[in-house]
Design a protein around this ligand. Structure first.
Ligand SMILES: Cc1cc2nc3c(=O)[nH]c(=O)nc-3n(C[C@H](O)[C@H](O)[C@H](O)COP(=O)(O)OP(=O)(O)OC[C@H]3O[C@@H](n4cnc5c(N)ncnc54)[C@H](O)[C@@H]3O)c2cc1C
Length: 249
């Protein structure tokens, strides 16, 4: 995966441009264009726009090409937002080889005074912006475990195994999001057995969310780890999604 990031000041308000209250914008990939482009407000009223390309997709080298590229996307929202923007630096590029999940929890034993945390356990596609949140959740779990062990004679004994068990719930949803990269034929690795069914659910959910702002908000909150993924199994949402899946079968 290739990431190209540029930050700058958006041009003054224009009717076609974004409402100032907007939190973020995202244009997802299509079958013809694997790139994903998203913008978020950052400090000093600047916006940061990130373009991610998969499997060697050509990436723009200059801010002019970047803007021109935005024009080729399925929708013009981001182009309308950034056309005429003033970048305050060059495009920063980052190459990300692959998402990785290390199954330390499956080992029979683990050294007592060693503890992996963060990306070394699970490294996600940064396009989804989840790695720091997961690392923070893991740090919280570690603190709770250490606090509970302060009275133990040997508090570090077996800490790693307890830690690995405690963090699996934090990894499930972001790892499932990373597994969406199996949608690309060139993605290597072990495709989950239920991937086809999951993808169908995910496509139908996105179609429901495109027409219902409440569902869209819940979907975004799950993606950004604010709500658990079980929220999407709420009967009111799940029934609409499965009805759409059945209709398009
Ligand atoms: C381009 C990009 C954009 C991202 N955007 C987001 C985002 O928007 N939101 C989000 O939540 N996450 C994001 N992430 C993911 C996030 O940055 C990581 O998940 C998070 O930083 C992991 O924290 P960590 O402490 O495990 O690793 P790191 O933050 O990588 O820290 C590891 C540290 O160890 C140091 N180190 C490495 N080897 C050695 C050594 N041998 N000796 C001493 N020190 C060493 C490194 O220099 C580094 O400082 C992004 C990642 C990338 C690459």
């Amino acid at each position: 995966m290739d990431l190209a990031t540029v930050a700058g000041a958006l041009p003054p308000y224009h009717p076609r441009r974004l409402p100032r209250s907007l939190q973020s914008i995202l244009t997802g990939p299509t079958q013809l264009n694997l790139c994903r482009i998203g913008g978020v407000p950052v400090e000093n009223n600047y916006w940061q726009v990130n373009l991610t390309g998969m499997h060697g997709e050509p990436m723009p080298e200059s801010t002019r090409d970047f803007t021109a590229f935005a024009r080729t996307l399925r929708t013009q929202t981001i182009y309308d937002a950034i056309e005429g923007a003033i970048p305050f630096g060059p495009i920063h590029r980052f190459g990300f080889p692959c998402s990785v999940r290390r199954r330390f929890e499956a080992l029979d034993s683990f050294p007592d005074c060693l503890l992996p945390l963060g990306d070394v356990i699970c490294r996600f596609n940064p396009a989804f912006g989840q790695g720091m949140s997961v690392a923070a959740q893991e740090a919280g779990a570690l603190r709770r475990l250490i606090e509970a062990r302060t009275v133990d004679a040997d508090p570090l004994k077996g800490l790693a195994q307890s830690f690995f068990a405690a963090i699996q719930g934090f990894l499930a949803a972001p790892w499932a999001a990373a597994e969406n990269d199996f949608i690309y034929e060139k993605t290597r690795g072990q495709r989950p057995r239920d991937f086809y069914q999951r993808s169908k659910f995910s496509f139908a959910l996105q179609r429901v969310a495109a027409e219902d702002a409440t569902v869209h908000q819940i979907m975004s909150e799950v993606t950004h780890l604010v709500k658990p993924s079980s929220t999407l199994r709420d009967p009111q949402i799940a029934s609409r999604v499965t009805a759409l899946m059945a209709a398009s079968a």
